[in-house]
Design a binder for this molecule. Structure first.
Ligand code: IMP
Ligand code: MG
Length: 179
């Protein structure tokens, strides 16, 4: 295990099992439909790559980047589009793919922004959720794991752009972020 990690919260095996389940659930819910998966850069990339391959419906992928925490571990509350979609979403079935919902501010903004572009539908799939930290309500359709209020990294999630490549989700030691 990486020496900056205090404990593994979601193992590689648990990730694979849950993503297979999510893929089956999503495939059934979207029977007869094509899906436009919208990944939120950069944290969702690794989850989205695995999730896309667990879905048996036709899938198109696109990405958006919004401002997030930078090198801090608490939310600024400021949301701004840094990279917009390349696809036209009008009339299409959108599945927003996010790494983690914390305050919900990022997702709420994205959800409303995408709804205003007249898609056929918008659903949200997050790998992780920290409900105890929620500041605003977001309609989460698919949630991989509900986790406690710890700062986690790995499987796409970072601290100061590090640890995204860990093959599990782990809790950072306070020393690793100068705590
Ligand atoms: P929200 O707007 O507060 O819901 O924050 C969502 C974004 O904050 C996520 O997409 C992550 O990039 C980041 N974030 C929130 N909690 C964590 C965490 O525990 N580890 C790493 N990134 C996090
Ligand atoms: Mg981040």
């Amino acid at each position: 295990m990486n020496q900056d990690i205090r404990e593994v919260l979601v193992s590689t095996e648990a990730l694979a099992t849950r993503i297979k389940e999510l893929g089956e659930e999503i495939s059934a819910d979207y029977a007869g439909k094509d899906i436009l998966m919208i990944g939120v850069l950069r944290g969702a990339v690794i989850f989205m790559a695995d999730l896309a391959r667990a879905i048996s419906r036709p899938v198109t992928i696109d990405f958006m980047a919004v401002s997030s925490y930078g090198a801090s571990t608490s939310s600024s509350g400021v949301v701004r589009i840094i990279k917009d979609l390349d696809e036209d979403v009008a009339g299409r079935h959108l599945l927003i793919v996010e790494d983690i919902i914390d305050s919900g501010l990022t997702l709420k903004y994205l959800y409303e922004n995408l709804l205003s572009r007249r898609p056929a539908s918008v659903r949200i799939c997050t790998l992780l959720s920290k409900p105890s930290r929620r500041k605003v309500d977001v309609p989460v359709d698919y949630n991989g794991f509900t986790i406690p209020d710890d700062f986690v990294v790995g499987y796409g999630l970072d601290y100061a752009e590090k640890y995204r490549n860990l093959p599990y989700v782990g809790v950072l030691k306070p020393e690793a972020y100068g705590g």
